[in-house]
Design a protein. Sequence first.
Length: 237
Amino acid sequence: MPYFGFYYFDYTYFLFMVPALIITLAAQIYVRSAFGKYSRVATMRGLTGAQAAEAVARCGGAYGVSVRPVPGSLTDNFDPRNNTISLSRDVYAVSSIAAVGVAAHEAGHAVQNAAGYFPNRVRAALVPVTNIGSRLSVPLILIGLILPVRYSFVVYAGIILYSLVVLFQLATLPVEINASRRAVKALDETGILYPDELEGARKVLTAAAMTYLAASFAAILTLLRLLVLAGSRRGRD
């Protein structure tokens, strides 16, 4: 990696990280724009996000699911450990198209859990090793980059651990896409949303899916950057 004047120029940052940051930011703007637009459009049937989540869960055969409010914005999630759907303040008691769409998506995860959806089980199995990888990968890589070149194995150990994070991101994609498909199908079958409203919910969920796609892309680019950095160290041995 070349030096220009008194400053260290890391070309890998501009090659890999800048595109990742731009795509991630664009995805976040997209989802907030779509959610903001359809959060101002009330549904004709008037069901709240909480009611929609309960209806979608029942429609998909997921029984005994509890729905509770949580603080924050876009903090919605499903916890399979206690079979609980948590909905943010913009979703739980709100009857907008965006709220119903997001709530139905989380209910889709509950349906996946009840049905034993295989990709969801794969992702769940990756959680423990991913937690280890996310905690230890960066410290190992930083330490390895500081150590002499003969200790490059430390860097590669960190890269292997970070690869688990990338694998988890990739495993998340089909799970999230499937949850949205289940949500849209259930909203249609139960009549919670009319066809034109359903199209709005689909746009919100498509925007949300873009954030997961962007996260996967950013993780892959980060991994490639780490490999390039490790390779450049080996070349100086």
